[in-house]
Design a protein around this ligand. Sequence first.
Ligand code: MG
Length: 403
Amino acid sequence: MQASTPVYFHVDLDAFYASVEQLDHPEYRGRPVIVGALPGSRGVVSACSYEARRYGVHSAMPISEAYRRCRHGVFVPVRMQRYRDVSRQVMELLARFTPELQQISVDEAFLDLSGTERLFGEPRSVAQQLRRQLRQETGLAATIGVAASRYIAKLASTFAKPDGLHVVAPGAAADFVLQLQLRDLWGVGRKTLSRLEALGIDTVAALRAAEPPFLRGHFGESTGQYLYQVSRGIDPGIYAAEAQSRSVSSETTFGTDVSDREVIERTLLELAELVMFRLREEHCGGVTVTVEVRDDDFTTRSAQRTLQRPVASVDELYREARALLAKRWDGVTPLRLIGLGVAGVRSDSEELQPDLFTDQHEDKRRKVEEALLDLRRKRPDSAPVTRARLLRPGDTSPPELPR
Ligand SMILES: [Mg+2]
C-alpha cells in the first residue's frame, strides 16, 4: 500500500464472552459454551462459542431454545466485570500499535494505521503480528479486517471470522463487496432486505445495478444513498463522527434484533459502566448524555440531555440513560443497536472538583464506585456489585449504596 493510502484495522475478538470462559475454565475448551441466562429461566443467550453455533445456537436466542438444541452445552452466567477487565487488557495491547484507537464495543476496535508503514511494516504483517501477540499475551483469538476505510475493514473481519485475517487492497473494495451476500452489508436491516428481495434484488451486483432514483424512490433519501454507497464498497461514514468528537461513547450491536427489555436495559447498564470507566481512566467528566437506538431497518433515533454538572457515577449515568431510552424506544420495536455517549468532556481538574458535587448523595456514591473500581482492578474476581444492585427487576427507584 502507498504511504498516502489510509489503513484501517477492524479488530474483533472471536466469540468473546465464551472465549473468556474457555480461557478461565480449561475444561470448557472444545465444548459448546453458552453464556447468558440459565436453562429454565426466561432469559436469552448473550454469547456462545463456535462449538455451540454448530448447533444453531446464536446470541439473543431464548435460552430454552438453546437448551433444546444443545442439551450437553455448558451453560454459564454472564461475568461482565471479568470481560471488561480482559477487554481493557486487549485495548491496552492494541494501543501499543497506534494511539488512533477507536473502541466501538467491548470486543471490537478500529485502529487507524495510516502512515505507519515505515515504522511497523506492511499492514498484513502488522496484523499477523498483532494477532500473534494477542494470543500470546491474552490467550484470545481475534479476527482482523484491513482496508482503506473503516466500513470495509469491518466487513472484511466479518468475512474472515473466526480466527482469520482478510486484507482488502486499496481500490479493491468494490470487487470485495461483490463476493458478499446482501445481508453481510453492515447496516442493511431485515426490513430493507425483504423489500429488496420483493423488488427482485437479491445480490450485491443487482443492488449496484439499481439506478439511484429507483433506490431513493423505494427507500427514501438516506437509506437509498446508503445502499448506493455500500453496494460499491464506499464507506457510508457511520463511524467517522465519533472518532473526531470530544466525547466518550460506546455502542452495542446485537447479533439478532432484540426487543427484550431486560436485555436492552442490561446492555445499557454495561455501556454506562464502560463509558463511566473510560471517563474515569482519562480523568474526564461530561455533561451531555446521549442515547441512540437503531431499529432493524437502520432508522436511528437519539435523545440527549445536558446536566447541570458532570455525570458523577455509573448509577447516575444509567438512570439518565434509561430515562432517555424511554423517550426513543416504545419497548416493543426490535433494536439492532444501542449506544450511549457522554460529551462536553473536560479534564477532571477543571470540572470535577469535589466541591462541584453539590449533591452529597451523588458524591458519596461516586466515591463508593471509585473504591469498587479500584478493588476490581486489584481483584478481578470480586463480585460485580454495581450490576447486581442496579438491575433489580421492576425497581425504578434509585438503588441503595452498598454497605
Ligand atoms: Mg466479536
